[in-house]
Design a protein around this ligand. Structure first.
Ligand code: AMP
Ligand code: MG
Length: 300
């Protein structure tokens, strides 16, 4: 099966420093990097779903190598952290289920961030984030993140402008600190359109089994769509660095979204150059010890 010529990372990366970045120019229904029709066939959705399963096998192997490496070298601090951001109904939960769900649950640490509690608000905005970082050897997933702190407080004027503006630099420093501590970050914005959000919120209202997912406040947030898009555009531009870039995944089509995020994870793992660690024991000697131990020891 032929692969896309350019990596998905290259296609979806927000340029460092955000030079010339225009979120509005990225169409949420497009499918950058999807192989040509001859490869994908007549049913791109089925193709993408099958491919996600295949990539998932590779992700599981990488995840195991990460876990094994950290076991023999805990000081390296190595771990992978997928940060997911999106507007309401943007597909964060579905991406976690379908893409992170292909990995081994034993090696995953998934955290969601809602409105800060009183206690969280009494601390610096990065306090709750630091406490939720994945353990070395694990793959972490953040369902929302510290980026909420340059979105909601800005749009809802919860803090003065100088406070949220200062956070871009604080976030960049924090992420540099994470990189120094062995954390490989993969920051993904799932980009849906205003119309697609309407469809998804409406389907939550139409289906009694989805009412639990619906929040009346989502409509108030939707009313500020343009403000949120502007806040996202600036956050992505200001906090896309060469060490920790942002990726924008067009996410109206769920099958493309899942394929793109799985591909980004696979490429990110590949860049970590993980290997299975060498044994810290003599394999031949252990094999002899194991096999020579016959017959079954007598019961005491
Ligand atoms: P959900 O992801 O549907 O559970 O919703 C979580 C809600 O918490 C969303 O409306 C987020 O925007 C909001 N939220 C998360 N983090 C923050 C934050 N730091 N400040 C304000 N609101 C936040
Ligand atoms: Mg919600």
């Amino acid at each position: 099966m032929s692969e896309p010529r350019r990596s998905v990372r290259d296609l979806l990366r927000v340029p460092a420093g955000g030079t010339g970045f225009d979120l509005g120019a990225i169409h949420p229904r497009t499918t950058p990097g999807l192989p040509r029709a001859g490869v994908v066939g007549t049913d791109p959705k089925a193709w993408a779903r099958a491919r996600v399963q295949e990539i998932g096998v590779e992700l599981g192997r990488q995840q195991e190598m990460l876990f094994a490496s950290a076991k023999v070298d805990p000081a390296s601090g190595r771990r992978l952290l997928l940060v997911l951001q999106a507007m309401d109904a943007g597909g964060k939960d579905g991406t976690i289920r379908r893409v992170a769900g292909t990995m081994n649950p034993l090696g995953l640490q998934i955290r969601s961030f809602g409105r800060p509690t009183e206690k969280e608000l009494s601390h610096h905005f990065l306090w709750r984030i630091r406490r939720a970082l994945p353990t070395p050897g694990y793959v972490g997933v953040f369902n929302r993140s510290h980026y909420e702190d340059v979105l909601v407080p800005r749009v809802e004027s919860l803090v003065p402008e100088h406070t949220w503006r200062a956070r871009y630099d604080e976030i960049n420093e924090f992420e540099q600190e994470l990189a120094d501590g062995g954390v490989t970050l993969l920051k993904v914005f799932l980009h849906i359109s205003y119309d697609e959000q309407l469809e998804r919120l409406r389907s939550r209202l139409d289906d009694p089994e989805k009412h639990w997912k619906y929040e009346p406040a989502d409509v108030d947030t939707r009313a500020r769509w343009a403000d949120y898009q502007a806040a996202y555009a600036e956050a992505l531009a200001r906090c896309s660095t060469s060490g920790s870039p942002w990726f924008v995944v067009p996410a109206n089509r769920k099958w493309y979204r899942d394929w793109a995020v799985a591909s980004l994870l696979r490429e990110t793992f590949a860049g970590m150059h993980l290997t299975y660690p060498a044994p810290r024991f003599d394999v031949d000697r252990e094999r002899r010890r194991l096999l020579d131990m016959r017959p079954e020891p007598a019961e005491v």
